[in-house]
Design a protein around this ligand. Structure first.
Ligand code: 7PM
Length: 275
């Protein structure tokens, strides 16, 4: 299966890695470390060297209770990074909920949009439809700033499935071809530990939506709840979760630690390809 990403295509017959590039001053785990443009771009290039197929550049912290970011600030953070990375050897994704940032990012050379709000902002569907960029639509209930109060689900798997099904239909109706759409159940977004585990266990259900699936559990609190580990000590836990997701049909893994994920996927691939 190919994912159409603007001027390029990503072959999803093997698993792919999306490396996280935070450009927020308050990123919860990389806080302040990569706060200059040169350092951010160097970090992004290191992720490519480590084996990232996609870079996900985000200028808005979506952490629960994070301060909202203005359009101007988000543009000032994200666009110079996209411009500097243009032509690099990876798909450039921009993690944003804002229509204006989507438009500017695509104009600057981004070939994918990662939207935790699934293109529900005013004009977002049209902005992406007017381009040929790929788009990842994620499930979330409520707003990032209030979502630490977990939503109630009758059946979290069916609820997320129904939401993604509706959003896929909305994207298709807006003229965004299926070959450009990636879905994501949104681990950790208004979900309890049990919700996250149910989603992971039944992840294969989402392959029925006929779009490639992205998952991101890197460093998330569900891993901390299970292991008692601090944010920067959750790598092994994350790999276990991501490999389970791979066994259930996930195609793209959004992670902080690209080199470790690459090693895990290399081993997985070698086993798969053995006689
Ligand atoms: C605090 C909590 C800080 C959560 C940061 C996060 C996803 C995403 C994020 C995901 C897609 C993080 C998250 N998570 N986009 N953006 N899927 N598509 O760990 O799971 O970076 S923000």
């Amino acid at each position: 299966m190919q994912l159409f990403c603007g001027n390029t295509q990503l072959d999803l017959s093997r698993p792919r890695i999306m490396g996280i590039v935070n450009v927020t001053p308050d990123s919860f785990s990389d806080g302040g470390k990569f706060d200059s443009l040169a350092a951010t771009v160097a970090h992004a290039r290191k992720l490519i060297a480590d084996g990232a197929d996609i870079l996900d550049i985000g200028g808005e912290s979506t952490r629960p209770m994070a301060e909202p970011v203005s359009v101007e600030d988000e543009l000032a953070r994200v666009i110079p990074v996209v411009t500097a990375l243009r032509g690099c050897n990876a798909v450039i994704s921009v993690d944003t909920r804002k229509t204006e940032v989507m438009r500017a990012a695509i104009a600057a050379g981004a070939n994918m949009i990662n939207d935790i709000q699934a293109l529900q902002a005013d004009g977002a569907l049209a902005a992406v439809a007017a381009s040929d960029a790929a788009v990842c639509i994620m499930h979330m209930q409520g707003e990032p700033h209030t979502m630490q109060s977990q939503a109630n689900y009758d059946n979290v798997v069916e609820s997320v499935y129904g939401f993604l099904q509706q959003r896929i239909a909305a994207l298709l109706a807006a003229g965004i071809a299926r070959e450009r759409i990636v879905i994501d159940p949104g681990f950790g977004f208004a979900k309890s530990l049990q919700h996250n585990l149910q989603l992971l266990k039944h992840l294969a259900r989402f392959t029925g939506l006929n779009c490639p699936m992205l998952v991101g559990m890197s460093r998330k609190s569900m891993l901390g709840a299970l292991t008692g580990r601090a944010v920067l000590e959750r790598e092994a836990a994350g790999l276990a979760a991501h490999l389970y997701a791979l066994s259930q049909g996930a195609a793209i893994f959004r992670v902080h630690d690209v080199a470790d994920c690459r090693d895990a996927l290399t081993v997985w691939q070698a086993i798969e390809e053995a006689q």
